[in-house]
Design a protein around this ligand. Sequence first.
Ligand SMILES: Cc1cc2nc3c(=O)[nH]c(=O)nc-3n(C[C@H](O)[C@H](O)[C@H](O)COP(=O)(O)OP(=O)(O)OC[C@H]3O[C@@H](n4cnc5c(N)ncnc54)[C@H](O)[C@@H]3O)c2cc1C
Length: 479
Amino acid sequence: MYTRRAILWVRLDLRLHDNEALHEALNNVDEVIPVYVFDERAFLGRTHYFGFPKTGRHRTRFIIESVEALRQSLRSLGSDLIVRVGKPEEEIFEIAKKARTSWVFCNRERTDEEVKVQDALEKNLWSIGQEMRYSRGKLLYYTSDLPFPIQHTPDTFTQFRKEVERYVPVRSPLPVPDSLPPITVALEAGDVPGLSQLGHEEFEPDPRSVIPFRGGEEEGLRRLHYFLWEKELADEFKESRDGFIGGDYSTKLSPWLAQGCLSPKMVYYELRKYEEQYGRNKSTYELFYYLMLRDYHRFMAKKYCNQIFFKAGPQNKVSQHWRNDRPLLRQWIEGSTGVPFIDANMREISHTGYMSSRGRQNVSSFLVNDLGVNWQMGAEYFESALIDYDVASNWGNWNQVAGVGADSREPRYLNIISQARTYDPKGEYVKLWLPELRSLPPEKIHQPDQLTFSEQEELHLRIGDDYPRAVVSTDRWSS
Ligand SMILES: Cc1cc2nc3c(=O)[nH]c(=O)nc-3n(C[C@H](O)[C@H](O)[C@H](O)COP(=O)(O)OP(=O)(O)OC[C@H]3O[C@@H](n4cnc5c(N)ncnc54)[C@H](O)[C@@H]3O)c2cc1C
């Protein structure tokens, strides 16, 4: 009997639950061959404009763990994950030829680099009479369910939110299949590469990390369970979300959502279950609100395509004052600007790959507004360093900070000192990442550049030696 066979190309959907491409494949063919390709350009390449390593060590490790975990899950259901390092359009093409498949099923990506790879593979498949079959379902909302065509998606998030939350239901997540057909073609399974093969040295995780992020679907589901059910943290999310230290102040789901180890629909439905049991409140709504914001950025990326990467952004608004100032950028990246609240956040991202939402807002505002540095430099550094990098969320948020985003409201200029005093009143966060400032009392911790010589002597801290001089005087925010 003729076996209908297909490849399932796993990309940013490293999970079995709510995986539409997997379901489509199982519904249409007899045999599915799941494949993951570590795209050498995405791991060993450099960012587009400024040449940062494309995928930093924290995200690389997270992805390796997620791929290993998916392989285990697939094996436990009777299948496997074929792993390759190279170019997906070549590696998958080779497997398609060898296995004599008919289709490649995948969840469609919409941003430039991902689409180019998709298109290249599709063309190669055509040459051997095979086809791509695209699925959706990576978001909370399906494009086809929206009450407007993509080109008319409201540019302001508030408008978008009001239109979708009122009229569009979130579809139920798809279940995990009970079992999978075995792979009957002789294919080498391939080893999951180590960090060194993907351009990084082994490293020990920093014990100050908000949580020990570990990749994989099970780990993502465990984190969701911890947040909602074990600790019931959704009830205080609105108040606690602006925290900085420890695991409990926000969900920390972003790395699993970004790699697709968790489906946003799954998060939504678990949240609904939680609300059914404990009641709905402002905090539980707030979590839903941020899942919608995540969708909004994806729809903006779809609507404005590559404009989200351009300096003038979706608004096509050119500002004269941004400079490609590499020395200043370097100080920002190294956490040596002499502004403790900024430096603490920048050291956190460098040591752990994560930074809180409040931290991201502050360091981005500081780079763009106070240092006048080209926002694309910041966006690309984040692209490299973040453990939870997501094309649309990252570039969309940077667009907003720079005031070139689709949402044309004026960006909020943040007063770094008042932010620091509000969100880190005792300076505990600053001291966690800048131990050299340990001796400073809370009223001095955020403005060491304002210490007199005698105060420096008294506190055993020499500005310029023990801690950098400030690149901009912090009294600019006092007046
Ligand atoms: C300059 C800048 C760059 C950013 N880059 C990214 C990025 O690359 N990847 C990313 O996932 N988020 C990004 N964010 C958004 C936000 O800071 C993170 O999603 C959040 O801090 C992750 O922590 P959490 O999972 O605990 O979030 P929570 O506060 O618990 O929120 C729950 C989820 O909602 C989503 N979410 C929350 N805030 C936003 C937002 N502003 N935009 C889009 N989605 C949001 C995330 O998926 C998050 O996991 C960026 C924000 C800024 C200001």
